[in-house]
Design a protein around this ligand. Sequence first.
Ligand SMILES: Cc1cc2nc3c(=O)[nH]c(=O)nc-3n(C[C@H](O)[C@H](O)[C@H](O)COP(=O)(O)O)c2cc1C
Length: 221
Amino acid sequence: MARPRSSDERRSEPEPPADVPRRLVVAMTGASGAIYGIRLLEALHDSPVETHLIMSEWARRTIVWETDYRATTVAKLADHVYPEEAMDAPPGSGSFLTDGMVIAPCSMKSLAAIASGLSGNLIHRAADVALKEKRRLVMLVREAPLSVIHIENMLRVARAGAIVSPPVPAFYARPRSLDEMVDHTIGRLLDQFGIDSGLVQRWGGSQPPADDSAAGDASST
Ligand SMILES: Cc1cc2nc3c(=O)[nH]c(=O)nc-3n(C[C@H](O)[C@H](O)[C@H](O)COP(=O)(O)O)c2cc1C
């Protein structure tokens, strides 16, 4: 279960007013990797962090293509759900206090819209709000290979304050399954908000094996 850091641990970050719950806007778009958004919602389910979910039309379709979930099942994992057309929903206003926003996964289309400041739907608008209010915006952008347009758009949002975090697996944790790879990525994403989800196998700084023969001998470690 997610454990928000104590105020001591988050000393360097601005504290929200005491009566405002910890809130995250979670957006899912139509890039490959619907499972990232799903695991994020699962990790925050039953935690003290309130989730406000916006799924694009293509996120809904990609969920069905890529996973055994349905969009309606995924929606039940969130505390609040809004259609992408709902421009008048709370996440569309800076006066609605949140800890920030995650877009997982983030398509090149949504990246381009956010990089251009085009608030054409609630996902793009909520991201625009996060940037203008200087709140944390983490974007799990996913495409391969990347065109110069994609890279320039990433640079633009990064310059505006977003954290561009493609879901690239880390192998130092020796993942044994896709689930472990996804969990590690989601755990590191939640680290960005000071939430220790327990999903990360953290690097202990141990010494590498002395030589090749030691590396190949599992019984020696
Ligand atoms: C199965 C599937 C996988 C896709 N994967 C990606 C992807 O990895 N990255 C991407 O930018 N678009 C991908 N797309 C295309 C987007 O879904 C499409 O550009 C869509 O318009 C994005 O809209 P949205 O950002 O509003 O969700 C994929 C589409 C499908 C059907």
